[in-house]
Design a protein around this ligand. Structure first.
Ligand code: ATP
Ligand code: MG
Length: 187
C-alpha cells in the first residue's frame, strides 16, 4: 500500500532472482570496460512490463485491483539477446524469442494502464533488462550474453524513488502467476 496520497513513480516489472542478479553483475564486470556506461546496481536489475509514470495513490489502487484479477500461468524467461540503444544510452539483455506469456502479461498491464490514463509509448514492447545507463557512445558488445534463465512465477508493482541522489525501487505489491485452472484444482 502506498503511504501518501501524493503521486508516486510506478511501474510493473518482473523481479530477477538475487543469485541471477549477482551472476549478471559479475558477467558485466568481466565483459564491459568501465567507460562503457554507468552500471545499474544488482538489486535494481529488473524487467519492466509497463511503465505508469507519476500516479496518485487513488489511481494506483485501481491499477492494483485490476492487476489482482490477472490469471495467467508463469513462464520461463531466457536472456539470450543483447543490444545497445545509443539514443537512450542503454545497454540491455533481452530475449531472442520472448515467451508468449511475457508478451501477454505486458500487453494486459499496458492496456489496463492506458485505460486508466497512464501514457503508453506507441513503440512496440521490447522486453529487456537494462545493464548500463549513460552509454551514449559506441560500446563493444560481447558476442555472447550471460544467457541466464529464470522462472517468472510472480509480477510486482514497483515504486521508483530518488534516495540521496540514487534511484531506489521498492516493491509495493506482488501477484502470483498461476492460471485459475490450477487454483481450482485445490493446489
Ligand atoms: P533513473 O533514475 O536513472 O531514471 P531508472 O530509469 O531505472 O533510473 P525510472 O526512470 O523510475 O528509473 O524507471 C523505472 C523503470 O521504468 C525502468 O525500467 C525504466 O526503464 C522504465 N521507464 C522509465 N521511463 C519510461 C518510459 N517513459 N517508458 C517506458 N519505460 C520507462
Ligand atoms: Mg529513467
Amino acid at each position: 500500500m502506498l503511504k501518501t496520497a501524493s503521486p508516486h513513480r510506478l511501474f510493473f516489472a518482473l523481479t530477477l532472482p538475487k543469485t541471477m542478479q549477482r551472476r549478471i553483475v559479475q558477467w558485466r564486470a568481466d565483459n564491459f570496460s568501465p567507460e562503457a556506461g554507468h552500471p545499474i546496481a544488482a538489486a535494481n536489475l529488473h524487467l519492466t512490463l509497463a511503465f505508469l509514470g507519476e500516479v496518485s495513490a487513488a489511481k494506483a489502487l485501481i491499477l492494483q485491483q485490476q492487476a489482482g484479477r490477472i490469471s495467467q500461468p508463469g513462464f520461463d524467461v531466457t536472456l539470450d539477446d543483447i543490444g545497445h540503444w545509443p539514443g537512450s544510452g542503454v545497454v540491455w539483455l533481452g530475449c531472442k524469442n520472448p515467451p508468449r506469456g511475457l508478451l501477454q502479461l505486458a500487453q494486459l498491464l499496458r492496456s489496463q494502464a492506458a485505460r486508466s490514463g497512464c501514457y503508453q509509448s506507441p513503440l512496440p514492447f521490447h522486453p529487456h533488462v537494462s545493464l548500463l545507463r549513460g552509454a551514449t557512445r559506441p560500446v563493444a558488445i560481447p558476442a555472447k550474453t550471460a544467457n541466464e534463465s529464470f522462472r517468472a512465477s510472480h509480477f510486482s508493482l514497483y515504486e521508483s524513488a530518488l534516495v540521496r541522489g540514487r534511484t531506489r525501487y521498492n516493491i509495493v505489491q506482488s501477484w502470483p502467476l498461476v492460471s485459475s485452472e490450477r487454483t481450482s484444482d485445490g493446489v
